[in-house]
Design a protein around this ligand. Sequence first.
Ligand code: GDP
Length: 329
Amino acid sequence: MKKQLRPTVSTREIYDGIISGEILSLSRAITLTESQKASDQIKADRLLMQLLPRTGNSIRIGITGSPGVGKSTFIEAFGKHLTSLGKKIAVMAIDPSSEKTKGSILGDKTRMAELATDPLAFIRPSATQNSLGGVAEKTRESILLCEAAGFDVILVETVGVGQSETAVRNLVDFFLLLQLAGAGDELQGIKKGIMEMADGVVITKADGENEKKAKLAQVQFQHALHLFQPSDADWRPKVLITSAAQHKGMAEVWKMIEDYKVHTQQNHFFNKNREQQKLIWFHERMESMLRKKIFESGRIASKITLMEQKIKQGQLVPSAAAKELLKLV
Ligand code: GDP
């Protein structure tokens, strides 16, 4: 079957669509940023530059937790709570099926079925390939595009696997950790240093027989959090209990995040943190582009192979080789 070519849409049209809040244009723009094609990347950069003055007006929330902790159920209940308040919410979701099916959109539509049909919500699943716990390389760009399209709250979902937390922490204003009561997660979280990064902890599935355990875990977590130094935000992380299944605790979670925003805006941490994050983004991108440039150059690659041989045979000192190589860049 012959593949149907989509008509080319100009960046002007995409720009106009985004600023009038059109989801189709937003999706197109995100696809452009994710494209590997050089011409698409130029377009995406131009678009982002034009939209930059319209960005920054959302609260960006990272949501992390082990598989099965209840992330998608929580995001759906929390998202519905926010849309009931009239907020437009965008979810950068993990697509659990992406590894098998190479990016199925259906994966997340069924995970968050109710939210997916809400006119105030936009769900963008990201493939987990080549990314940390589901955080796509271009999540930063997606956040800015969603903001330009008028979204008030951006939720970035990630699976709790080591490094991904740091990656998400560098993208968001508020970092929320979901935990199960009595699953032995308490100590694990502390060991990984994840709890130190959290601005808030939510104990999930606090319903039925689990409710008592959840309340106990809340006290334990709050104690554990007191052992940490206050963060740069001068904010004491809170521990809340929720039942997404019964839509309980959502207003409290939102209040905690709003309180955090007020607190950090007053002490100027909010903006300082965002400035810092922009610099981290710049440095990360610069490093990855430099690395790409080095390894994609055939001349340099063959030089590297040659040097590796000499290094192995003890004929060349690695630091001297690295210096010599840099001269070729
Ligand atoms: P994820 O892997 O972290 O996204 O977790 P899911 O949201 O898919 O939830 C995992 C399982 O826990 C599912 O079977 C859910 O139905 C169940 N679950 C999620 N939230 C709740 C809750 O608030 N209460 C109860 N009882 N079960 C829940």
